[in-house]
Every structure is written in structure tokens, then in C-alpha cells.
Design a binder for this molecule. Structure first.
Ligand code: UDP
Length: 240
């Protein structure tokens, strides 16, 4: 299976559907980025982060923003929620008794997330876990590399988690690694995922906003500006 990338705001996004993305991630090592408009807007201002995204081994559109953006540009690519891709990878890797490492979230959250996953998924083999509030990246990177995991899940928020994974990639090139934002909080049961109807309508961001109004600063003006920039990109495409 080869990658078939479509471009948005200068960034390549894989056009796999959910099952294809899972299969690809299970058969190819490296960094998986679950991209959203906030990350694109950060990357446009931060060349180091743009390089990390561009050198990722799989980039999936996480959320409705990038799906709509791609639609405007004429690409029909469905969103792949990072939290679902992450869980599907855990299940697949666990079937083969592969080694899993988890880094991120508050100490009590990571502990709960690990025990819930252990109760839910037979054969799960979590060989390393650590909360996401550490001061020395190097120490944690070395600890993770030492256990040589096959799958690494990192939930430090963006772009921190993408930089962390990028550093780890050089140390354990055979591992599959994914940045998962707030997923551990959901798996721990301390944050609830949006009800199915919100998920279906692509309104998970609205649900999260209603639960954490301080996210408003992050969603606005980033989201409308992103759509505006994509419309400009579309106009430019049409002229060329
Ligand atoms: N987090 C962490 N270390 C930090 C900052 C954040 O482990 O230094 C965790 C935080 O506890 C939460 C997740 O990273 O579990 C951030 O989730 P969020 O949904 O805010 O991610 P984003 O939307 O920024 O990707």
C-alpha cells in the first residue's frame, strides 16, 4: 500500500480511509501526525514544527476542520479521529503481543488510563508508562528507547508531542508512534467524549468547547481564519 497525499496549506495529508490508515500504521514504522487546523496554523508560524509534520510517515485529518478544508480544495478525504486510530492500533498491536509505551497526561490520569486499557484489552502489553509533566525530555526519551517498544502513544498536547516523537524516531526507528492530544483523559474516564450525534455531525469541537469554554481562545479565530486561507488557496488553484 502506497501513500497518496493531498495538499492543504502546503502540508501533505494521507488520503487513506480509517481501515487503510490502521493497516498502513501497523505495517510501517515512524511518526503518525493527527493534523488539525490549529496545528497547521502553528506550523505556518513555526518552521521547525512544519518540518516535523512534513517528515511524518503518516498524516491523518483529525477532525472536521481539515476534512472541510480538503473538501473546499476538491479532495474527498474523511476525517480519522486520533483517539479512534490510537485505540485501533492498541488492539491490533496487542493481538500480536507487541510492546506498548504510553507517555502523557497527569499522573493520576495516566495511571487510570493504563488500568482501564488493561481491563478492556486482552493481551495488552504496556511495558512503559509515564505522566506528561516532566522537566527533562532526554531522560524520558532514553527510558522509552531502552524498553524498545513497538507502539508509542504520546499525549502531551501539540506541538510538544510531535517534537517528542520526532526525537524518539531517531532513537527507535522501528516503532510506530502517534500523538494523541487529550485521549488519555478520555480513556481514564476523567473527560467524556462527545455523544455520538456530535461525532456524526463533526461537532466534537463544539461539545469540547461547551465543557471547556477556555478553549474558545484556541478555536477562534484559528478555525475561521483557516477556512478563509483554504478558500484563498482554492481561488489560487483555480487561477493556475
Ligand atoms: N499534557 C501533558 N504535559 C504537558 C501539557 C499537557 O501531559 O506539559 C497533557 C494534558 O494533561 C492533556 C493533553 O496533554 O492530557 C493535552 O490535551 P489537549 O486535548 O489539550 O491537546 P491538544 O488539543 O493541545 O492537542
Amino acid at each position: 500500500m502506497n501513500r497518496d497525499l493531498v495538499k492543504i496549506q502546503g502540508f501533505g495529508v494521507d488520503s487513506f480511509d480509517f481501515d487503510e490508515a490502521v493497516n498502513y500504521a501497523c505495517t510501517h514504522s515512524g511518526q503518525i501526525v493527527t493534523i488539525n487546523p490549529e496545528m497547521i496554523s502553528t506550523a505556518l508560524k513555526m518552521p521547525d514544527f512544519a518540518n516535523v509534520i512534513s517528515s511524518a510517515n503518516l498524516v491523518v485529518p483529525d477532525g472536521i476542520g481539515v476534512e472541510i478544508g480538503l473538501k473546499i480544495l476538491g479532495h474527498n478525504v474523511k476525517r480519522i479521529p486520533g483517539i479512534e486510530l490510537g485505540k485501533a492500533l492498541i488492539v491490533k498491536f496487542s493481538k500480536d503481543n507487541k510492546k506498548i509505551a504510553m507517555i502523557g497526561a497527569k499522573p493520576e490520569v495516566i495511571t487510570l488510563a493504563v488500568s482501564n486499557l488493561k481491563a478492556e484489552i486482552p493481551n495488552i502489553n504496556i511495558v512503559y508508562s509515564h505522566d506528561g509533566y516532566f522537566s527533562d525530555d532526554k531522560e524520558i526519551l532514553a527510558e522509552v528507547a531502552a524498553v524498545n517498544p513497538d507502539l508509542v502513544l504520546v499525549a502531551l498536547g501539540s506541538p510538544k508531542q510531535e517534537f517528542f516523537i520526532n526525537s524518539l524516531k531517531a532513537m527507535i526507528p522501528n516503532a510506530t508512534m502517534i500523538g494523541l492530544g487529550g485521549s488519555f483523559d478520555v480513556w481514564a474516564g476523567v473527560v467524556s467524549r462527545a455523544p455520538k450525534i456530535y461525532q456524526k455531525l463533526g461537532l466534537e469541537w463544539l461539545y469540547r468547547l461547551s465543557k471547556e469554554p477556555k478553549r474558545l481562545k484556541r478555536v477562534f479565530p484559528t478555525l475561521p481564519l483557516f477556512v478563509l486561507n483554504v478558500c484563498k488557496e482554492r481561488l489560487f488553484q483555480a487561477k493556475c
